[in-house]
Design a protein around this ligand. Structure first.
Ligand code: NAG
Ligand code: NAG
Ligand code: NAG
Ligand code: NAG
Ligand code: NAG
Length: 621
């Protein structure tokens, strides 16, 4: 099976015609997320610790794990609790995960949670080009939305099995809402009167743009163009308070400021209009010019944080699930709030929109004049003004701290690993392990997201890319005393081990969400936290110096996100047939990390691994 062999994320689309209620029928037919056997998880946990934990420490952990899974012990009790939960719930994990990974997470969503997507640079450098492209993009998203509304969205398959489609139904007309201690997410898509408007922001000023005619047909590109031009014409002054920058703050601070903001009736209505809108379009001011080879890196930071309070960071509502960004200088992409969805559905939407915008211009129809889009007003009290200033400062510190590098690896793509019958994703992950080992002389806990969408309401589990086999290979690779034929065998073994972990993860048999479930079950039972969760090994295993994700797209784009630890890297990549787009991030405040250095080490690792395979006659494989 080609699809299974080469890439778990190669998703097959089956086009279908409309069948009302199909979405629900499809969802109900999906299997439930299993709870893996306790002994299996315990054994695999010890195995993943091996390459990242010293043996003395590991011996201690082994004792704790044995105690944990002893017959009649605490592990069994928690496992039974988890199994009961799994029996009752549609998905034993999804609510816990949403709460824990997103809504209770208090760091700013900017850089720390929301991924960006960089699209290829567009061929315009003026307002007119910007508005024309934005109009087409909006029309493209509305075209995609028709498939969601009609339930004609093709069901995706992975390895021959249908996937959960619920994330597609959660990304439009939705928004995160800050709280003092925890956030929430609202979705208006299934309301009795679903929203008919988007929000457009230009020069920090927000507008409501109705995107449907009274007969429920979407506005044409020409109609959208005129409406966007009206918005731009009326928002030329640039001295407005950037209210939107409040959404970039630490969640507790923003939660407090939010309560304050919506105490005013006008503000409350304006905020509600943004939250209810189908999505947001940010018409960005031009950014300082960058050379062609720096363009993608510069665009990545624009998508992730807007460039700081002087530039476009105030031209956002970071709580909004989907924000498309079109700059006057041709920069284009999006940022999305992570709570409702993973990258793949977002990229599928992008692929559709990019194809749509390539269509030649639509026939011009005579247009009835449309009303002026409504501007959203905000009353800024002195207290809010203070909150805005504080948010600006924090944002500028974050901007200074982000070390970002988009690197296009141009020597090969999926083609080379495939020609050696190796999974491209596993090949890239092993190269990352080699690059990291060469830089730091040790292996680190590595996270790669695995899709759990074979199961109803499935989100992700972790593929742990640092394995016993990858560690053996990276240590051997630069060892002069080892024969090339042996290195090739070790490389192959490491790639296959990664492939096997991936298969296990997408079948719901990985260890990380299960361990988390056992821990949360203990908290729910109000019992003491078992020792295995208080153990140093557990903390180290969850300190991901490498946080990675493969997000394949048809479009020549790349998704990007920040590191998840202060001394680590975020690495996202889109493997194309003959090149690979990498987005690598780190923090400048950490002296030990450098996005550019990792990019170079990764390039060397990929080339060296290819050279190794080439030098060794195929017959020996
Ligand atoms: C786990 O335990 C079950 C029975 O309780 C046994 O059948 C299975 O072989 C064990 N698996 C492992 C990986 O030890
Ligand atoms: C760990 O335990 C094994 C056997 O259980 C023992 O052989 C080994 O010496 C121990 N290693 C350390 C570093 O304590
Ligand atoms: C989908 O919905 C649109 C309007 O929302 C309608 O015009 C179209 O006929 C529908 N298509 C199908 C296949 O149901
Ligand atoms: C926007 O302003 C320009 C220049 O003043 C003008 O030519 C154009 O007609 C205006 N567009 C709209 C839709 O009002
Ligand atoms: C990665 O993680 C380890 C263990 O938590 C830590 O000691 C190390 O300094 C981290 N950073 C780098 C760049 O290796």
């Amino acid at each position: 099976n080609i699809c299974l062999l080469f890439s778990w994320a190669t998703i097959v689309l089956l086009s279908l015609t409309r069948i009302p209620g199909r979405y629900l029928t499809h969802q109900e037919g999906l299997p439930k997320l299993p709870v893996p056997p306790l002994n299996q998880t315990c054994d695999r946990y010890l195995a993943v610790l091996e390459p990242i934990i010293e043996s003395e420490e590991l011996n201690q952990t082994r004792t704790l794990v044995e105690e944990f899974q002893r017959p009649g012990g605490v592990g069994e009790r928690l496992q039974q609790g988890l199994e009961r939960r799994a029996h009752k719930a549609e998905n034993w994990l999804s609510d816990w995960w949403l709460q824990m990974a997103y809504l209770d997470y208090r760091m700013p969503v900017v850089i720390h949670s929301s991924p960006g997507v960089v699209l290829p640079r567009l061929e315009f450098s003026d307002r007119q080009g910007q508005i024309r492209y934005a109009a087409k993009l909006i029309a493209g998203v509305l075209d995609f939305k028709t498939m969601i509304d009609n339930e004609t969205l093709p069901v995706e398959y992975l390895g021959g099995r249908p996937l959960c489609m619920s994330q597609y139904y959660r990304v439009l007309s939705s928004c995160r809402i800050p709280g003092i201690k925890s956030d929430s997410v609202v979705n208006y898509a299934s309301n009795k009167t679903p929203p008919r408007h988007i929000t457009v922001v230009h020069n920090f000023q927000f507008y409501v743009l109705d995107v449907y005619n009274s007969d429920c047909t979407p506005l044409t590109v020409d109609q959208l163009y005129v409406q966007l031009e009206k918005i731009c014409n009326s928002s030329l002054q640039t001295n407005k308070e950037p209210v939107g920058i409040l959404t970039s703050n630490h969640r507790n601070s923003w939660g407090k400021a939010y309560a304050n903001l919506i105490r005013d009736k006008t503000n409350k209505e304006s905020v509600r209009a943004i939250q209810k809108s189908i999505f947001t379009v940010c018409l960005d001011a031009p950014m300082p010019r960058a050379s062609d080879d720096m363009y993608r890196t510069r665009a990545a930071v624009q998508m992730l944080h807007g460039g700081g309070s002087r530039w476009n960071s105030g031209n956002r509502w970071f709580d909004k699930t989907l924000q498309f960004i079109v700059g006057e200088d041709g920069a284009c992409g999006l940022i999305y709030e992570h709570a409702p969805a993973e990258g793949p559905p977002i990229v599928a939407l992008i692929d559709h929109v990019v194809e749509y915008t390539k269509k030649s211009d639509i026939v011009r129809t005579p247009m009835a004049p449309l009303p002026m889009p409504q501007k959203l007003c905000f009353n800024i009290s002195p207290e809010l003004k203070k909150d805005i200033e504080e948010a600006k400062q924090n944002m500028n510190i974050m901007v200074q701290d982000l070390d970002m590098k988009v690197h296009v690896f141009s020597y090969f793509g999926k083609n080379i690993p495939k020609s050696y019958k190796l999974s491209p994703d596993a090949f890239i992950q092993v190269a990352l392990q080699l690059a990291y080992y060469r830089m730091y002389q040790h292996c680190c806990a590595t996270y790669e997201s695995a899709s759990l969408r074979m199961f109803r309401l499935g989100r992700t589990d972790t593929i742990r890319s640092a394995s016993v086999d990858s560690a053996t290979f990276v240590r051997a690779m630069d060892d002069q005393s080892i024969q090339n034929s042996e290195k090739v065998a070790l490389l192959e073994k490491a790639v296959k081990a990664h492939r096997a972990y991936t298969d296990m993860a997408i079948r719901g048999q990985a260890i990380d969400r299960h361990l988390l479930g056992l821990k949360l079950q203990a908290i729910e039972d109000l019992s003491a936290l078992p020792d295995i969760f208080m153990d140093t090994s557990y903390a180290v295993a969850n300190h991901y110096n490498l946080s990675t994700s493969q997000v394949p797209a048809k479009t020549d784009c790349v998704m990007c996100f920040g590191p998840v630890v202060p001394d680590g890297y975020g690495v996202c990549y889109n493997p194309m047939e003959e090149h690979i787009n990498f987005a690598i991030s780190a923090f400048n405040s950490c002296a030990d990390t450098s996005a550019t250095r990792l990019a170079h080490a990764l390039e060397d690792a990929l080339l060296d691994m290819k050279a190794l395979l080439e030098q060794t006659p195929k017959a020996k494989l």
